[in-house]
Design a binder for this molecule. Sequence first.
Ligand SMILES: [Zn+2]
Length: 735
Amino acid sequence: MKITLVILLFFFTTQLSAQHSLVFPEPVNVEQTTDNFVFNGLLTVDNTRIPSDLFSYLRELFGRQFIHLEPASAKDDATIRLKQVQTFAYTEGYQLSVTHTGIEIQYSSYASLCNAFQTLNQLIQNPKELAGIRISDQPAFAYRGVHLDCSRHFFSIGELRKFIDQLAKLKFNRFHWHLTDDQGWRIEIKKYPKLTSVGAWRDSTLIGHFSKQPAEWDHTKYGGFYTQEEARQLVEYARIRGIEIIPEIEMPGHARAALAAYPELSCTEKQLPVAGTWGVFDDVFCSQEKTRTFLKDVLDEIIELFPSQVIHIGGDECPKINWEKCPKCKAVMTQNHLNTTHELQSFFIQDIEKHVNAKGRTIIGWDEILEGGLAPNAQVMSWQGMEGGIAAAKQKHRVVMTPTSYCYFDYYQSGHPSEPLAIGGYLPLEKVYRFDPIKGVEDEYKQYILGGQANLWTEYLPTIQSVEYNAFPRLVAMAEVLWNKSSVPYSDFVEALSSTYLPQLRNDGVRFSTSFLDPTLQIRLSKSGAGYDLIKPVNDVVFSVNNEIVNGIDIERTDQVGEHRYLIHSNIGDQELRVCDYTFTSHLALGKTVRFDTQPHEKYNHNGNLGLTDGVVGKKPWKGNEWLGFNEDTVRFTLDLEELTSFRTIRIETLNDPGSWIYRPEKYVIQVSSDGKKFKTVAKSKLTGDVIRVTKKMKARYVKVTIYNNEFIPQGQTGAGFTPWTFINELILTK
Ligand SMILES: [Zn+2]
């Protein structure tokens, strides 16, 4: 005993607090030592302590690192020594140490054992030696989820297995399987065969973004479904890897695929096709008893297939327009003394909940299930922000936080022109890393926040490669958030990510984005126009234009509109990451300051006071940054040209993207002034197209612009009842 102590003290130990170790997500406590373990590509373990299916998986996992994992011939000569303990505060925690005598793992549960082996697997840098280390680790959150929409696009079981392998490496423990939606029903239900023979297939799919007019269609039959046997096998595959699958059956909205199969379950009973376009549809499940019985039958088969404690019942985006007119729905309301259709939805969900609870399971639903009263035992998945989740936690309901602004991985991860088409939004890697699932939650309610989840909606992700591109590396950041609350500084995280984790993804044949290695363009004041510094995300990256290394770009102010294109190559060593294509627009107001009476929303305030004069003109389709976004019905700001200036045109472009709740403004007023006090109106008009344009001879120092939008988004439109977003891109002046 004494000798061991002496040896331990003798070996050099460093505590890594700031830097990121080799393990993703970063363990809570890592001490590196020089007490290395030398071996010869063979690790032995007492396999009587490991379930045989887990052992087979681990052999395959380690095999990919050229390590043979074998059963130890005798219990005492194993190189990986396993010790089960009952002392960890969290059931998923573990301890792992590497010394010259081998590897010791202390674990408390199956999940804990899985986590320890995932850590060990990532520690292996070469098949002959392991660096000395002591790790003690446990997750910050019990629920660490990833969602995948398999309705809008369908992915094979083989593709899902590969995806789940990656989730296991990052210690996610829930896979939320979105199995039904308007565009396809994906799970075999024996009692209702038409759900898959009819509901799993659509005749045609929209091409391009759904805001694009006129709409184009591919006129190609598309679909597929999972048999119950396949679903059962995937549940088992995930379970072995420490992941529970939570199935989602959407109700009462997002039901078009089911209604195409069984139109008698809708209010109108009209025969409609499986939807081939995206968005929210008025045709939803009727609230009549017949429909609820159908859904209970479906859930009975789902509960048989999926052992998860919670069953997801959707509950989001259910327009009530058909319910309002439907005699069957009205009868349900009268019979049950319900005053509003929100109460009717609440009644619907509570009826389903009773059925699910009777089978010993719990329902979870999107935060709309709060409207009209939350079902007594329901858990809430908060997507429209954190507020719904906080409200549910205050009612002592369990919550999974998945707000769009941090968790929607169908959003753009960069504004780069080469980014593939996405639904909209902007969620770069760094923002995911800053996610905090308990932000704004009062201490006494934090216990109800189970954790968080990344959501991958697939309207614009037609292949598993496109899913991977949107998922990675943002899922690595999400794993860090949910495991250790992103304890390592972001700059250290991305250094380690680019040097350690991306090569692993490449080895595993997983597609990923390098957009986080693009330069960040930081605007600086320049007397003659606009200047940009190119900020490096990691030390090793180098930027060049025309083979010359550059650290910045300068654009000169001009009387007429000029376009300046730069192809910035980014490299690490001799590996080219990608070429970023930037176009800057010069004009008369370039680099002049704008004072905002209405502040841009903090999410969309690119370049602050220079956001409208930075030469960066937001493009269409919108990719999340570049545009300034306002969430108020009146937007007012004033440009200061610093001296009396003659000009002939003023031009501002606006955006219309109803899917993102961004609506073209209604009208505008433009005024000019030479002293900033007395303003003269030069234009006052309704907006007909997307562009505000004034052409006349003007001479002024100040230009004041007021833009009016609707107070609320009108009924029947996406986001109805909320304040519309107003987006504008650049205030362009020319002579
Ligand atoms: Zn109805």
